[in-house]
Design a protein around this ligand. Structure first.
Ligand code: APR
Length: 229
């Protein structure tokens, strides 16, 4: 029994778009509706934590109305033929709900809160959970377990190790403008195939296989390519 090849995928907001979750930088994106530095930065949190709690309460509540789409499901199905590791910039739980076995969140998770006095202490919450700057869980004041702009990305190091072990690397639904996530493709070993699925792909180095389609169609096409190779 030969070991399965390792497929590592880096997903962005675009993989959740067909589930009805807004991306950030598309025409109708979240950053068109909210000033990003007020609702998603360390300075913004220091300035007005109540606004940030409200912003993430709303995004968390929306999870109750959405479901994984075909792209998330295809990724789970690829586990039949590959050891699949998902690295996601998304803070929704759609990869988990689709059944993916390994999901690494680079930018945090909507369904977790973090103790202000001990960042290593996180608490699971539900889409119905509403928090304020005064909310305590187990006696700890809490904040959204989200990586804000101006903050470190502690999971980036483990993510680069996964990419370095990949036999196939796939990027889906990201504009590749936010670092360090956008640099993940630089960690593949020489000769490892890289695929990029996005209907409006950003510029990527020559040699990356671009599939300029929506995630549901692009993932179906990729699954065909991978299960035939
Ligand atoms: N299928 C696949 N990709 C899509 C679809 C779709 N149906 N619809 C849109 N896209 C693509 C867009 O073309 C774009 O390239 O998804 C990408 C979304 O880009 P962004 O909105 O910038 O989202 P993302 O790259 O995930 O943002 C990265 O920025 O604000 C921070 O922390 C936030 O994790 C987020 C990070």
């Amino acid at each position: 029994m030969t070991a399965k090849k390792k497929l590592v995928i880096s997903s962005g907001a675009g993989i959740s778009a067909e589930s009805g979750i807004s991306t950030f930088r598309d025409a109708d994106g979240l950053w068109e509706q909210y000033p990003v530095m007020d609702v998603a930065s360390a300075d913004g949190f220091a300035r007005n934590p109540a606004l940030i709690h409200k912003f993430y309460n709303e995004r968390r509540a929306a999870l109750a109305d959405v479901r994984p789409n075909r792209a998330h499901i295809i990724l789970k199905e690829l586990e039949k033929d590959y050891d699949v590791y998902v690295i996601t910039q998304n803070v929704d739980d759609l990869h988990e709900r689709a059944g993916s076995s390994h999901v690494l969140h680079l930018h945090g998770e909507l369904l977790k809160m973090r103790a202000l006095d001990d960042p290593s202490l996180t608490f699971k919450v539900t889409p119905q959970t509403v928090t304020t700057p005064q909310t305590r869980i187990d006696g700890h004041l809490v904040r959204p377990h989200i990586v804000f702009f101006q903050e470190a990305v502690p999971m980036f190091e483990p993510a680069t190790e996964l990419v370095h072990q990949a036999d196939v690397f796939v990027i889906v639904g990201t504009s590749l403008v936010v670092y360090p996530a956008a640099a993940l493709m630089n960690y593949v070993r020489p000769g490892v195939p890289v695929y990029y699925i996005d209907p409006k792909p950003s510029r990527v180095p020559a040699g990356v296989h671009v599939i300029a389609k929506k995630a549901t169609e692009g993932m179906a096409e990729l699954a065909d390519i991978l299960t035939k190779s």
